[in-house]
Design a protein around this ligand. Structure first.
Ligand SMILES: NC(=O)c1ccc[n+]([C@@H]2O[C@H](COP(=O)([O-])OP(=O)(O)OC[C@H]3O[C@@H](n4cnc5c(N)ncnc54)[C@H](O)[C@@H]3O)[C@@H](O)[C@H]2O)c1
Length: 331
């Protein structure tokens, strides 16, 4: 197992999407590890960025409210950095269908210009890119490993796929060290719960804590895997620290799989009260649904020694506790 020890102490780290769910959790951890952290985020209201996400470390990080689509800002921001965690993204599948050009601009074009900024200004830095399981589309087989064909079901999946491959291309052609993690559903404190833009589980948490029934779409039999955000952050750090990750693509995933009906039951049980109801799939979501999905994460386990440590029950418990205390900042 890679032990990243004090790799990050004194390291200059840029996180795009650093005020979002995963980026801010990573920022908390990197501050603990002694890194000099700069967060770039546009704080576009419909995405997951929230200044409350950095409560506790706000005086120990630099914040730059900028848009990754702005090439001049990125040209400047990558300078002098040792590491770039490239997490800024438009992550709503539905929004990518109703507004495909914004998804294209952020998840595809801006990714290329970030890499161009690195090539021109700082080719010695290392990048870790947050890709997604969405690029596999509706699985041909389960669990899905990295050799599975990529046939995304929505515009978001197509653009994230391109974003991922630009990183690998720049690694292979220009020697700019880069790797990608195909993340699965990630849960935890600081996730977006206002709506279902980041994940359906966000709105479920809001419904449950607001005393409303959780709405399970479809028949509730779709299977998913989940990672607790601290485990996903650990994978990002291992990938950053280990040269074996350069040029590689790794799935994240979990040994625990669960269908949505059982997940709703589990949430209600952990909360101590509440209800769920099965409702028909919204018409606009059905054609882009990927059915059952869970990942084979043996590649990253073998190469980097990563495996998830926080159980689903524990992850949900911690998440509910967080939102009971913090809901005024997130509702
Ligand atoms: N959360 C998950 O379950 C999950 C699963 C798979 C992949 N991912 C990927 O991980 C990354 C982080 O996701 P997250 O869950 O933290 O989402 P998030 O929405 O909380 O974070 C993304 C951040 O990027 C920022 N951002 C968006 N567009 C920007 C732009 N043009 N310029 C600057 N900042 C911009 C947003 O303001 C937000 O703070 C995304 O790239 C997403 O595709 C997440």
């Amino acid at each position: 197992m890679t032990d990243y020890g004090n790799t990050f102490a004194g390291t200059r780290v840029l996180i795009t999407g650093g005020l979002g769910f995963v980026g801010s959790t990573l920022a908390h951890r990197l501050v603990e590890l002694g890194a000099h952290v700069t967060l770039v985020d546009s704080l576009i209201p419909i995405y997951g960025g929230n200044l409350r996400n950095i409560a506790g470390v706000e005086d120990r990080v630099r914040i730059n409210i900028a848009d990754v689509r702005d090439e001049h800002s990125m040209d400047y921001l990558v300078q002098g950095q040792n590491l770039l965690f490239n997490l800024a993204g438009q992550s709503s599948h539905l929004d990518s269908m109703t507004d495909p050009y914004t998804d294209l601009e952020i998840n595809c074009r801006a990714q290329l210009s970030i890499l161009e900024a690195c090539r021109k200004q700082n080719p010695g830095l290392k990048l870790v890119y947050s890709s997604t399981r969405q690029i596999y589309g509706k699985p041909d087989y389960l669990p899905v490993d990295e050799r599975h064909l990529l046939h995304p079901t929505d515009v978001n999946g197509v653009n994230k796929m391109a974003g991922e491959w630009y990183h690998i291309l720049y690694n292979n052609v220009y020697g700019i060290r880069a790797c990608a993690l195909r993340m699965t559903n990630t849960i935890g404190p600081r996730m977006r719960v206002k709506d279902a833009r980041q994940t359906f589980l966000g709105i479920w948490i809001k419904q449950l804590l607001g005393g409303q029934p959780i709405q399970v779409w479809g028949d509730g039999t779709q299977i998913r895997d989940f990672n607790y955000v601290d485990d996903a952050v650990e994978a990002l750090l291992l990938a950053a620290a280990d040269p074996n990750a350069d040029g590689q693509i790794f799935n994240l995933g979990s040994d625990e799989t669960i269908n949505l009906r059982d997940l709703a039951k589990l949430l209600v049980e952990i909360n101590g009260h509440g209800q769920y109801e099965i409702v028909p799939f919204p018409g606009d979501r059905k054609p882009i649904d990927i059915g059952d999905y869970y990942a084979d994460y043996r590649l990253i386990q073998g190469r980097l020694g990563w495996r998830p440590k926080v159980s689903l029950r524990e992850g949900l418990t911690r998440t509910l506790e967080f939102y009971r205390k913090e809901k005024q900042y997130y509702w």
